[in-house]
Design a protein around this ligand. Structure first.
Ligand SMILES: Cc1ncc(COP(=O)(O)O)c(C=O)c1O
Length: 265
């Protein structure tokens, strides 16, 4: 959603590409090939928010090739790199060295709120990138930059966070089918699960609000990410401690059972 609004603010026209469960909610080279006319650019996010799915190396190579052939500039949001459970996510730079790559201290480095990130850009774009940064942000907060330096040396602690997310992911994947949440693309990375709830609601926003009111468990409505199909999905985050996941599951079980019983009447 934020990508679309950012593009609009820059007077660009967002082109939405329907990436559903058949491609594990990820962009493919075939999607890009099918766009006529080709877009000026494409934004990739792998692992993605809200699904956590990763674009395989072979597909990334094919996407890079289509973009080269059709003159499409690539912006790759690699903010969830370092958080993967099925092997590391490959950077687009392995396949398209002229791509722009976005990253941040918010996810792997657990520094959400410190407003610190970075952009890798080809030399030809540096002066324009500097001008944008200088006018939009002026500078990254210096306190955050010092904290970022310390975070880069805290590998053991950060890998400990990844181990917790891995355990949480396993707990959720094992428990969600018993809640009736069977249509999910198991996340390869990040710390989210995007689950289909279309058998229980047509309005994911109202559903999440009710769930929060009744149980105290916060989820994100799919419409935050996809205004059309998102009404049938919710996003669960597992970037919390394992006891919190266990407690959430204890609360969710009776709630989903009651909801399923109501819907069946
Ligand atoms: C895919 C993706 N990109 C970018 C961001 C923004 O992160 P920040 O502004 O905290 O660096 C987020 C945050 O959730 C995200 O999920």
């Amino acid at each position: 959603m934020a990508y679309r609004n950012t593009l609009k603010a820059l007077h660009m026209v967002p082109v939405e590409i329907d990436c559903g469960p058949e491609s594990r909610f990820q962009l493919t080279a075939a999607h890009l090939e099918a766009l006529d006319p080709p877009p000026a650019g494409v934004i990739l996010a792998s692992p993605a928010n809200p699904t956590g799915t990763i674009i395989e190396a072979q597909e990334l190579a094919a996407i890079a090739q289509v973009c080269r052939d059709r003159g499409i500039r690539i912006v790759s949001d690699e903010i969830y790199h370092g958080l993967s459970y099925v092997g590391p996510a490959r950077s687009i730079l392995d396949f398209a060295p002229d791509a722009l790559v976005i990253n941040s201290f918010s996810k792997y480095f657990s520094m959400v709120g410190w407003r610190l990130g970075w952009l890798l850009a080809p030399k030809a774009h540096l002066s324009r990138a500097r001008a944008y940064v200088g006018n939009l942000f002026l500078t990254a907060p210096s306190l955050s930059q010092h904290a970022g330096l310390a975070a880069m040396d805290a590998r053991d602690e950060l890998e400990g966070h990844v181990a917790v997310y891995r355990r949480n992911r396993e707990l959720l994947l094992a428990a969600l089918p018993d809640l009736g949440l069977r249509q999910i693309a198991p996340p390869d990375g990040a710390f989210y699960i995007y689950a289909y709830v279309g058998h229980l609601t047509d309005d994911s926003l109202a559903f999440c609000k009710q769930l929060l009111r009744d149980t105290g468990v916060a989820t994100a409505p799919g419409v935050d990410f996809d205004p059309v199909e998102g009404r049938h999905y919710i996003r669960l985050s597992f970037a919390v401690s394992t006891p919190e996941i266990e407690e959430a599951l204890r609360r969710l079980a009776p709630w989903f059972a009651a909801r399923a019983a109501e819907t069946a009447i």
